[in-house]
Design a protein around this ligand. Sequence first.
Ligand SMILES: [Zn+2]
Length: 262
Amino acid sequence: MMLSQQPQPDNGWKKLCTVLLDGIQFIFKSFKPVVSRLDRCIKAHSRPQEQNLFAIIQGGLDPRLRKICVEEMVKRDTPGYAIGGLSGGESKDDFWRVVTLCTDLLPEFKPRYCMGVGYAEDLVVCSALGVDMYDCVFPTRTARFGNALTFGGSLSLKQKQYTHDQLPIEAECDCSTCKKHSRAYLHTIVAKDTVGCHLISVHNLRFQMRLMEGIRKSIICDEFPAFVRKFMKGYYSKEKSYPEWILNALRSVNIELEPFST
Ligand SMILES: [Zn+2]
């Protein structure tokens, strides 16, 4: 529904309210079938020893709808919970606020899985907000464009600056690509041969695993805030500043990042 260019004040408000109401009703209708579908799944689920059913929290970016959905899903007492409907182009500020709203309301001792999240900074922030599990095509998709993930940010191996670079993608990495191949070799083949994409994919997947291993170990050793500070300092070392949404999200869980010296 379009608002007319010069609406009468009363008429304009009425139209705006109708648009908002339509939006809320649409989202409510969208997640209602999700709840009834879960009920059918629970009824049909006959192999709990082999498979786990996770309820998916929907509700768009509306906190009230998210809360209603969490309440309904928690009543079903599934083995874990997924946070859905994110990583779809919403602002990062909306993203972390929805994540933290859900993790605050979900049961503390059940796994929380944030769907479609795979950027390194998102994995660290969401883990700080209380998420345990993730999935994403990002590491392999970005490898197809010649991008290698590192703790110092992404390397675009198609760029000329890597023509004579004999270093591995990341010296500390123990993947087979870093053990055998230089950035220069990968630069040579990445645009011509799919093998290049495969080799970078191997590294990128290992990078994601090393990152999650680091998060896990630091939580077990009770050193997670220090891990986050070190990671962010390295990851944004080129930019020498942190995105505002990351500062705000981490502040909400009492993690203050170290400033870059000027
Ligand atoms: Zn590697």
